[in-house]
Design a binder for this molecule. Structure first.
Ligand code: S3P
Length: 176
């Protein structure tokens, strides 16, 4: 098997999709696209603004629209998706049809710690206490895992590096 044209990084908020995606793209010498940033550029609004002004369901429509746009616009690329992207509007089937998804796995506690230490805006956790956030992460991760685990490659997000991701890719390609 050849390296697929599109490598998608999927996983919960805070799992490091963007950071690792950027590094992996550099290593593979491919363009990197972060779907959330792409949406913000196209809509000229932050993700937070889209959630507050237009609501989550409108955000999910945009997410689907721009996922398809990115897929048709970039041939060989590394694409990091939003935490919810694979879990709405049949997007996981689109992802599987068009490339190779890698799921970056992490425990709810590790995710919470990483999200708390990040400056990124997370509309879904806005106004929640630590306990409420942990409950939300636990429940949402359980609901979403049925989509995430369809990824063809699963990696542990702790101590992950671009080299490790590239190794996993090579292994997968050699065996398929
Ligand atoms: C979301 C995750 C966010 C962003 C939006 C919704 C989610 O992306 O797409 O806030 O539903 O989990 P990150 O996973 O990059 O934070």
């Amino acid at each position: 098997m050849e390296l697929p044209d599109k490598i998608f990084l999927i996983g919960f908020m805070g799992s490091g999709k963007s950071t690792h995606g950027k590094r992996l793209a550099r290593l593979l010498n491919r363009p990197f696209i972060d779907l959330d940033h792409y949406i913000e550029r196209k809509e000229n609004k932050s993700i937070g603004e889209i959630f507050t002004k237009d609501g989550e369901s409108h955000f999910r429509d945009l997410e689907k629209l721009y996922l398809n746009q990115v897929i048709s616009r970039y041939a060989q690329s590394v694409i990091s998706l939003g935490g919810g992207t694979p879990c709405f509007n049949d997007n996981m089937n689109t992802i599987l049809k068009n490339g190779l998804p890698i799921y970056i796995q992490m425990s709810p506690e590790a995710l919470f710690n990483r999200i708390s230490n990040s400056a990124n805006e997370r509309p879904l956790l806005k106004g929640k206490t630590k306990e409420q956030s942990l409950d939300f992460i636990n429940e949402t991760l359980t609901e979403r895992e049925k989509y995430y685990i369809k990824a063809l490659i699963k990696v542990n997000g702790i101590d992950l590096t671009a080299n490790k991701l590239a190794e996993e890719l090579s292994l997968f390609i050699a065996n398929n």
